[in-house]
Design a binder for this molecule. Structure first.
Ligand code: FES
Ligand SMILES: [Fe+2]
Length: 439
């Protein structure tokens, strides 16, 4: 593993060393020090509502199973058989009483305990299936915040509440948008893979300098398209897609006016920027009015106005979760190798809201994150080009200084006054903190 001093020299508030994106030894250290200890998002409770339900995901490069126990608790188990290491479960999700290995049929209980080994007579007399070494290893800490489940491989460390810091308000806002108080992931997921380092996704999501350049082609196309606007509020796009693409075409002055906030834990969020179109903040239409009425009936007028009044775009919970509460979605970052990453996108259905609100969320996800997206494909192309450029060598350190002298400190967070690279700096600081603390 890379030496600690080498690692600590990599993170500078004004820019990470390029080998943080290209060196497999640094990647390996990240998997151990960050993904092996920090709180990693592993799923939403609605994905495993009943005992026996499981959801296959990753903590870093390790595949794990989020499993609802008979008791109702949640466990996160490594997806590898303790006999000879075979990947235990190939299904993405499902319901079961046990996990049975496809190789020699060892069977594990929902809590990871080994409960059946065929032909036990062949084993020595001291072979003991109750030996904990033969159980599937489970994350020692699994906690849920209002349905968002996080796991940590470390026995000790900051609590989930301390880790999330003020970002609980993004989760609160998403859940509070459901008139009946329940949200659930629905409609499957979209998945894309890009040829670049995992850090590039979060570094880009709240980078508000790039849209005017990187997304120029879709802004131009959208401006010249008729948008297919039709005069009714039913299951039709009503210009949503066009409006989303055009929104990336703000002037530099408008982008500079959008506030960015970075937290000491490495998280960040940006203000909303949809000024027109179906998803604009003050949009009025029959579906929105019906939805607002249900929310007012549930929360009262004042609280409903506060909930709907939170106008934010990406809420980045470092290192892997991006919550877009306003449009009821999340994106999750899965590192594959130092130069490969998978992004998964999911939509939530808000309990008690009109179906069309969910359909708008699905269209949002398709427009922004699908493999065929005219927006995200630009970002993915750029991630690949960054990776190739850094691999060429000659760039010792990336530059993240924009806005450094004008960021303001307040209420435990830092705030931008321009389209700042503040999110990069708080992410670099969190990277340094996690990588620098000894086990
Ligand atoms: S490797 Fe799983 S039972 Fe043999
Ligand atoms: Fe982008």
């Amino acid at each position: 593993m890379a030496k600690l001093n080498d690692i600590l020299a990599i993170a500078d508030p004004d820019g990470m060393a390029s080998k943080a994106y290209t060196d497999p030894a640094i990647f390996e250290a990240e998997m151990e020090r960050i993904f092996g200890r920090a709180w990693i998002f592993v799923g939403h409770e609605s994905q495993v509502p009943n005992p026996g339900n499981f959801w296959r995901t990753w903590m870093g490069v390790d595949e794990v199973l989020l499993v609802r126990q008979k008791s109702g608790d949640l466990k996160v188990l490594r997806n590898a058989c303790t006999h000879r290491g075979t990947r235990l479960c190939a299904e993405k999700s499902g319901s079961t009483n046990s996990f049975v290995c496809p190789y020699h049929s060892w069977g594990f209980d929902l809590d990871g305990a080994l409960k059946a080994v065929p032909d036990m007579d062949g084993y020595p007399v001291d072979f003991d299936i109750t030996d904990r070494k033969l159980h599937l290893s489970s994350a020692p800490r699994v906690e849920s915040y209002r349905g968002f489940v996080f796991a940590s491989r470390a026995e000790t460390g900051p609590s989930l509440a301390a880790f999330l810091g003020q970002m609980t308000d993004a989760i609160d806002n998403l859940v509070d948008r459901a008139p009946d108080g329940e949200i659930k992931i629905d409609g499957g997921s979209l998945r894309v893979r890009y040829p670049g380092n995992w850090k590039l996704h979060h570094e880009n999501a709240n980078d508000i300098v790039h849209p005017g350049f990187v997304h120029d082609s879709s802004v131009t196309s959208a401006k010249s398209a008729d948008g297919g606007v039709v005069p009714n509020d039913s299951l039709i796009d009503r210009g949503q897609t066009k409006g989303m693409m055009i929104s990336n075409g703000l002037t530099p002055k408008d982008w500079n006016a959008i506030e960015l906030t970075g937290t000491p834990e490495g998280h960040s969020f940006m203000g909303g920027f949809y000024k027109s179109g179906l998803l604009a903040h003050q949009q009025e239409d029959a579906v929105t009015r019906t939805y607002r009425k249900s929310l007012e009936a549930a929360h009262g007028k004042e609280k409903a106005a506060t909930v709907l009044g939170m106008d934010r775009f990406n809420n980045l919970i470092w290192p892997t979760l991006n919550i877009n509460a306003q449009f009821h979605q999340i994106r999750v970052v899965h590192p594959i190798s130092v130069s490969e990453t998978v992004i998964e996108g999911y939509c939530f259905r808000l309990g008690g809201a009109p179906d069309e609100i969910f359909h708008r969320a699905v269209r949002f996800l398709g427009t922004l994150v699908s493999p065929a997206s005219m927006i995200f494909s630009d970002d993915l192309e750029i991630f690949g080009r960054v990776q190739r450029g850094l691999k060429n060598g000659g760039i010792e350190r990336l530059n993240g200084q924009r806005g450094a002298s004008t960021d303001m400190q307040g209420m435990g967070a830092r705030h931008s006054t321009t389209s700042s690279e503040l999110p990069l700096r708080v992410q670099a600081a969190a990277w340094h903190n996690w990588m620098g603390v000894e086990q």
